[in-house]
Design a protein around this ligand. Structure first.
Ligand SMILES: [Zn+2]
Length: 413
């Protein structure tokens, strides 16, 4: 079971007043406890809050620089040299932050039986549940190299995917008092579509890496463990995440070697995925055009899946993240929805509380064409503005605030 700490809004019903007591007293109705105001992000309370100090270390320019660095490997398509080079680069960064890294290996073939075909969706309904509203724009995966106008990028993305062995990298901040329990923070490092996979999912990969970097500082301690995983083969059917669950679910919480105090797979307390974090320009217009700017009411969409075995715990986790957003995110709010789908948290959702953070709802919004760069040659770094990158940064603030709180993070003075 997930060990959620109580939310800071300590609302408890205090209306249990007997009728006799009521008659005997003039004070017939007792007021509920007042709701304590959440401190604003720049208040002295947050400035003195160690987790606020950690969140304040997230920096827009550093976040952008990590995304930009990932784009040097083009679309990082699974099964290619550019994908392997990107995995090596990510691993080198995690090592440079001070982590011991690990790799999970698996075999992938295009007809992998673990690849979910996905249930048929009725007209007007969305994958994962929910209804599509308003204008719909076309979606799909670009497979035409000539649609990439940049000749250098076209050449970089040329090698097709091979078959066989794949690897993905992860590292762990080991808990001081509960190393046998952990939260998993993930994003997928592979992409496709003949662009740079800057948004899908360089934007999520950079969130995981930036949070890992900040929590690696020697003065940061966490009671529980936190694992950072950069999935491979998401775009082919979540194969890297399915392989992780298949290989490691049964190892949870086992001390190995016995008596060592080491837990190669701490018990899962929650899984949090980040996938497409930048672009919330609203719905497509009737003429097919889009708002060229981030919409002012852009938000971070936190989704759980209402059909999951752990939907109840996942819902609590999602609302905990929404509360963290109110406390720590500087610009954009969060919205919670019940239709998480088509991302690496799906393989976890019947094992543990699993949620995803995104620029929009995956099924009813991205699925209806709200992101015209999705799997297209235009998913390149130069497509996005600082207002777009800032939405990703706000998702990072949300996750760091929530996970640091849940894992019991403290800062040595
Ligand atoms: Zn993706």
């Amino acid at each position: 079971m997930i060990s959620l700490r109580p939310l800071s809004l300590g609302l408890k019903p205090r209306y249990v007043v007997s009728i006799l007591g009521c008659l005997a007293s003039i004070l017939c109705v007792r007021a509920a406890e007042p709701v304590p105001a959440l401190p604003s992000t720049r208040s002295p309370e947050v400035a003195a809050d160690p987790i606020g100090v950690m969140v304040a270390q997230l920096d827009l320019e550093k976040y952008k620089a990590t995304i930009k660095a990932l784009t040097q490997f083009g679309d990082r398509r699974q099964g290619t040299d550019r994908n392997r080079a990107a995995t090596d680069w990510i691993e080198a960064q995690l090592k440079s932050y001070g982590y011991a890294t690990e790799r999970l290996a698996y075999d992938f073939f295009p007809a992998d039986p673990r690849r979910p075909s996905g249930p048929a969706v009725a007209a007007g309904m969305a994958q994962g549940g929910g209804r599509i509203r308003g204008q719909i724009a076309p979606t799909g995966v670009n497979v035409d190299p000539l649609k990439q106008p940049d000749a250098k990028l076209r050449a970089l993305n040329e090698q097709p995917a091979g078959i066989g062995r794949r690897e993905e990298v992860y590292c762990t901040k080991v808990g001081t008092t509960h190393p046998e329990e952990m939260y998993i923070i993930g994003a997928h490092m592979d992409g496709h579509g003949w662009g740079e996979a800057a948004n899908d999912d360089g934007s999520g990969t950079a969130i995981v890496m930036e949070i890992a970097r900040i929590l690696a500082a020697p003065d940061v301690k966490t009671e529980r463990s936190i694992r950072f995983v950069l999935w491979n083969n998401e775009e082919t059917g979540l194969n890297g995440a399915y392989a992780y669950v298949a290989q490691r679910a049964a190892l949870q919480g086992k001390e190995d070697p016995v008596g060592s105090g080491q837990y190669p797979e701490p018990k899962w307390l929650g899984m949090i995925q980040h996938d497409m974090m930048l672009f919330d320009h609203g719905a497509p217009r009737a003429d097919g055009t889009m708002n060229p700017e981030q919409r002012p009411e852009a938000d971070v969409n936190i989704e759980f899946q209402s059909s999951a075995k752990f939907a109840g715990d996942a819902q609590k986790l999602a609302w905990f993240f929404a509360t963290s957003n109110e406390k720590y995110a500087t610009d954009y709010p969060a919205a919670v929805g019940q239709h998480m789908t088509n991302t690496d948290s799906t393989p976890f959702m019947d094992h543990v509380a699993a949620i995803s953070l995104r620029e929009n709802e995956r099924g009813a919004q991205i699925g209806a064409g709200w992101d015209p760069h999705w799997h297209q040659p235009t998913d390149v770094y130069s497509t996005f503005s600082d207002k777009d990158f800032r939405l990703g940064l706000n998702a990072a603030q949300t996750t760091l605030g929530a996970v640091a709180t849940l894992a019991g993070a403290t800062l040595k003075k």
